[in-house]
Design a protein around this ligand. Structure first.
Ligand SMILES: Cc1cc2nc3c(=O)[nH]c(=O)nc-3n(C[C@H](O)[C@H](O)[C@H](O)COP(=O)(O)O)c2cc1C
Length: 147
């Protein structure tokens, strides 16, 4: 199965999570492309059945540029896609970026493979154990895919 892991990042934490998820899915025999928002466009979503989408939380939302890319991708590539959204965020601040994106994509008719996934950042670094948890999420996603 082909998957796209698309992420935005400022300090590299969401990138670490995205790469850990991508690697775990790839290790289960799937074809995964892992791309950063700033190097990507709507065309990267075309023809890829499963999207894994991750953004840092900024003021309770995904970054504007990430949300714009995803909504444009839906316009271009259509709603016939499975997806998983994840975010990175501080432990004590509520409203993860992925909850809003999850709702927006579900409302448009895309199919969620699992609930939004959250990963905790402490200061400027991913909290202990979160990279391993990202690999677990990758394995869980892989287990939901057709071979
Ligand atoms: C301007 C700004 C706003 C933020 N707003 C939130 C927020 O509303 N909720 C939260 O949990 N974390 C918030 N954070 C923490 C970020 O989510 C955290 O820095 C991010 O996960 C780091 O990801 P990155 O390393 O991929 O850039 C904010 C950080 C900044 C710099």
């Amino acid at each position: 199965m082909r998957l796209l892991v698309m992420y935005d990042t400022y300090y590299g934490n969401t990138e670490l999570v995205a790469q850990a998820i991508a690697k775990a899915i790839e290790e289960r025999g799937h074809q995964v492309e892992c791309r950063r928002q700033s190097d990507s466009g709507e065309e990267d979503f075309m023809g890829v059945p499963v999207w894994v989408l991750g953004s840092p939380t900024r003021w309770g939302r995904p970054t504007f540029r990430f949300r714009t890319l995803i909504l444009n991708a839906v316009k271009e590539a259509g709603v016939d896609h499975d997806f998983v959204v994840f975010d990175t965020r501080f432990a004590k601040v509520h409203a993860g970026a992925s909850d809003r994106l999850h709702r927006a994509l579900t409302r448009k008719g895309l199919r969620a493979l699992m609930p939004p996934q959250h990963f905790t950042v402490e200061g400027r670094r991913l909290a202990a154990g979160e990279e391993e948890r990202a690999r677990e999420v990758g394995r869980a996603i892989a287990s939901l895919l057709r071979p």
